[in-house]
Design a protein around this ligand. Structure first.
Ligand SMILES: [Zn+2]
Length: 126
């Protein structure tokens, strides 16, 4: 495979995360054998800045020739949320500037968006 140099670091990030996900999926799948895996659902906080298309591509590559081959990966994104230590505002951080949505202070605590886990798997009886 030929990838532009600038994109390699990004993709390594997604591949290493997806590798962990695939291991978790295969471990879960083992418990419900001989069912066939249809879909794996993960929850991913936006702080991880994962590119969905790269995740699904990595998933497809990494599940090839495994019990999870042919299944689909669904990603549910969790927004980045924060609480301001100055005015106690709580809300979603939508731009690259991590600041309070009310008083614009940078003294905020990130309360959401770090999530990254396998939520559930959907199987089909053989
Ligand atoms: Zn504030």
């Amino acid at each position: 495979m030929k990838w532009p140099a600038s994109g390699i670091v990004r993709r390594v990030h997604e591949f290493s995360i997806t590798q962990t996900i695939v291991q978790a999926v295969l471990a879960e799948l083992k418990k419900v054998q001989p069912s066939r895996l249809v879909r794996a659902r993960i929850v991913a906080g936006r702080l991880h800045q994962l590119v969905p298309a790269t995740l699904t591509f990595a998933y497809e590559v990494l599940t090839k020739d495994t019990a999870a081959s042919g299944s689909v990966l669904s990603v549910r994104n969790v927004p980045i949320t924060a609480e301001c230590r100055q005015c106690h505002w709580r809300g979603e951080i939508r731009d690259a500037l991590f600041a309070c949505g009310r008083c614009k202070s940078g003294d905020i605590e990130i309360t959401g968006g770090r999530e990254l886990y396998l939520d559930s798997i959907e199987v089909e009886q053989p």
